[in-house]
Design a protein around this ligand. Sequence first.
Ligand code: DGJ
Length: 867
Amino acid sequence: MNSLFFKRMALIVLLGTAPSIFAESVWLSSLNLKEMTTGWSVAKADHEIAGGPLTIHGKRFAHGVGTHATSKFRVALDGNARRFTAEVGVDDSAGNQGSVEFIVSGDGKTLWDSGVLKGGEAAKSVSVYLAGVKTLVLRVTDGGDGEGNDHADWADAGIEMKDGAPPPVALPPYETFRLSTKSFAVTFQVGDDGRLYQRPIGTDDPGAKLLRDDEFYPQAGDGYIWEPALQAVHNDGNSSTALVYDGMTQTNESADIALTRAHLHDPAYPFEVTLCFRTHHDEDVIEEWTEIRHQEPGPVMLERMASTSFLLTTNVYLTHFFGDWAKEMINPITEQITPGTKVLDSKLGVRADQFQNPSFILSLNGRATETNGEVLAGSLAWSGSFQCEFDDNGQGIRALCGINPFASAYHLKPNETFVTPVMIWTWSDQGLGDMSRKLHDWARDFGMRDGHQTRAVLLNNWEATGFDFDFNRIVSLFDPAKEMGVELFLLDDGWFGNKYPRISDNAGLGDWQPNRQRFPKGLAPLAAEAVKRGLRFGIWMEPEMVNPNSVLFHEHPDWVICQPRRELELQRHQLVLDLTRPAAQRFEWNTIKSILAVPGITYAKWDCNRYLTQPGSPYLPPDRQSDLWIDYGQALYALMDKTARTFPDTELMLCSGGGGRVDYGALKYFQEFWPSDNTDPTVRVLMQWDYSYFFPSMAMASHVTHWGNRPMHFACSVAMSARFGMDLDLTKLPAQDKAICAGATSAYKQIRDVTAFGNLYRLEDPHEGYRGALDFVSQDHSRAVLFVFQLNDGQNMAVHPRGLDPARHYTIHELNPAPGRAPVPQEGQTLTGAELMHDGVVPSCAHAVEACVLELDSGSNGSLENK
Ligand code: DGJ
C-alpha cells in the first residue's frame, strides 16, 4: 500500500472521522456492507465473517471486510476514484480449508483477478488504478470447488478518491431498471456476467436466480441455445455476438410518456445495440424497438433482429387470427402455448395481413375474458414479412417478434443505424375489453392520422359500377348521394390509362393519366361537379403497381420486382414496382403528387393488389438481393410519410385487395383502413369484432353493399358500428332501401362522435352465440350507443350494456328502426346506468339478419330534471 494513501487513512482514523465529502481515501469497511452479498452469514466490518479478527496466514489486519463466497459488492465511484488497494486471502478461521478467487472489475471490465487462493496461504496484494471507473465491482467466487469454508477477507481494503471528491457509495448488488406504466411493470437486471436479463412477465420473484435463458434480447452464437433475438455475422465472418450492458437513460417526453434507452455493446467488436422502450403510462402501452449500429471495417450481416424479446412465465394462452382474401381476421384461434416453438408469420413482403395479422393476444395464467384476466396484446408495426415466435423451453416463454428473418439478411454498413419496426404492447389485468380500450386510446393519439376527428359518410362506386363508368355516369351518382346525406364521394379503380385503358384489371396500372374518353378534361371537372353539390371528392390509386399492359412497363421493364431467368409471375395481371430503384421511387411520388394535387380531391384510397412472390431487384447488386424486402418496406413508408406530410388535409384509406395490409406500420400515415372486400354484413360482424381487439372502430371503413344479399337494415346497422359508408348504386335503389340508408346516414351522423371517440365494450361474442352485441360509451359517460346483430334466429333476450355511469339516467331510443318491426319495448324509457347494466335492454330483433341500434342518452348531466 503506498505511504501517502496510508497516511490519509491514518489521519481519518486518528480524527475518528466518518468518510465525508472531504474524504480522499475511504476504508471499504466504512461503506454500507448490507449491500454486499455473501454465500453464508453477513459481511462484517473489520472482522472475519464469523466475527473474529481478520487474520490471513497469521497476519492480523485492523481494517477490512470479512465475507464469504460467493460474494458481490458494487460501489459507485462516478469516475472520482484513483485506486483500490487491499490484501486478500482466505481467513485463518477456515483453518487450512476453503478456496476462493477475488475479482475486481470496473464498468464491466475485469481489472484484477487473484486466481484461486487456498486456506492457509499468505495474503495477496491488490492495487488497481480506477481512473474514470463509474462502478467498481468486488467479487469473490468459490474457487470452483463449492462454497464450504470460503471465509474470504478483503483486508486493509480502501479506495483512494480524487481530492475533494464525494465518497464512494455502496450500491444494490445488481443493477436493475424497470419499465412501468399504470398497471404493468417489467424488471431488467444486469447479471454477474454483465449481460442484461429480464424478470419474466407474470412472476414477481425478485430473488429468483437468473438463468442464462432469461437474457433479454439474446444473441445467437455465444452460448445461448434457444431462439435468439439477434443474429449477426460480423465483418470478419464471426457469427456470434455477445452483448454486455453499458447503462440506460430515461427521459420524460410528457407527463404520460417516458423513453427508456438501454445501451449494450459487444466488447470484442465495435458493435452496439440500443433497446428502446416508450412507455405510455395511462394507456399501459409500451412501444418497443431496437437500434443496431457498428463501426466494423465493412458491412455486418443482420440475419435476425427482433423488435421485441419479452419473456413470460408458462401457462400462457395465445390468440391469433388467420384468414385470406375476403376472410381477413375472421378466424380467431386461442391455444395454450406448449413447449416448442409456435410461429405466426408472413413471407409476402408487402401485405402483412393477407393470411395472418401481425397482432396477437397473450393471456397469462389461463384464458382471459372480456372482463377478467391478465392480457398482453402485441401488434407489430410492419407491413412487410414478419415473424412472431413463441418459444417455450418448458421454463418460460419468449415472445420474439420482428421482421421475418426469411430471405431478409440485411447488410448494415458501418456507421448506419438499423432501426427495427416498433412493437406495440398493451397490458391489462382486467381482461380483453380494458386492453382494447387502452390500445384504442393510444391509437387515436399515435397510431393513425386524425384520431380525434370524426369521419365523413362516404359513397364508393366500386360495387356499383366496377370498371364500367364515365364522366356522366359518375356525375349521375352525385345528386342521389347528396340527397341521401353522403358527404364524400370516392371514385374507385378504372379512371386512367389511354394507350392501355383501365377498363378491366389487366391493363393500365402505371399510366396514371385520366382516360380521355371517359374524362376528356381530366379529373378536375369531375371533382368540381362533386364539390359544387357539397360533396367532397376522393380518388383510388395503386401507386406501387404496374400492368405489363402499360406504357410504363414497356418503357421500363426493368423497374419491376422480378428474378433473373424466371418467367414473370403475375397476380391480378400485375407486378410490383421496385421501390429500391430511385427512379421508380421518383415515379411513384410524382404519380401520387399529380393525383392528389388535382383541385377538389381531398381523399384517396391507396390500394395494393398483390404481394411479392419473386423477390429480386434488377437494381440491387447480386450480393445485396436479400436487402430488397427491408429496403422496399422502408422506401414505401418514406413514400407514405411524404404523402401524408405534403397533403395534410387529404384523408387516406389503407387498402390492399381488401384487408391485405392492416398494421400499425402503415396505419400511422392513414386515417382508416379497408378491412376486407367482403362486405357481407354477417361476415363483417365477425371481422369488425376481431379487428376491434387492436384497432379502433373509427379506423375501420365499413360499407353497405349488396354482398350476401342481406336486408338493408341489417347491412346499414353493421356499417354504422364502424366508419359508415355505402357502395351502392343509389340511382337504382328501391325506395324502401333508400329510406333505410338515409335513416342510417342521419343516425350515424348523430352518433359518430360516440362510436369514434367513445369506449368500446364488446358484450356478446358473435363467434359464440346467435348474435353479437357491443356498445360505445362517450368519454364523459353522457351517451352510449348499443348495437345488437342477430346472426341466427334466437330469443330476444335482454342485452346488458357496460361502461355506463351507474348513477346517470339514460333515455332509451332506437335509431333508424327497421320498417315493419315493433320498436324496442323500452323505447323512451329513462333508467339509471345501474339499472340498464343490471337488468339489460330488450332489443327489437329476434331473427337472423335483424339488428337493433339503441342510443342511450343522459343529456348533459344525466339528471331526470333535464329530461
Ligand atoms: C381491391 C379493393 O379492395 C377494392 O375495394 C377495389 O378498390 C378494387 N381493388 C379495385 O381494383
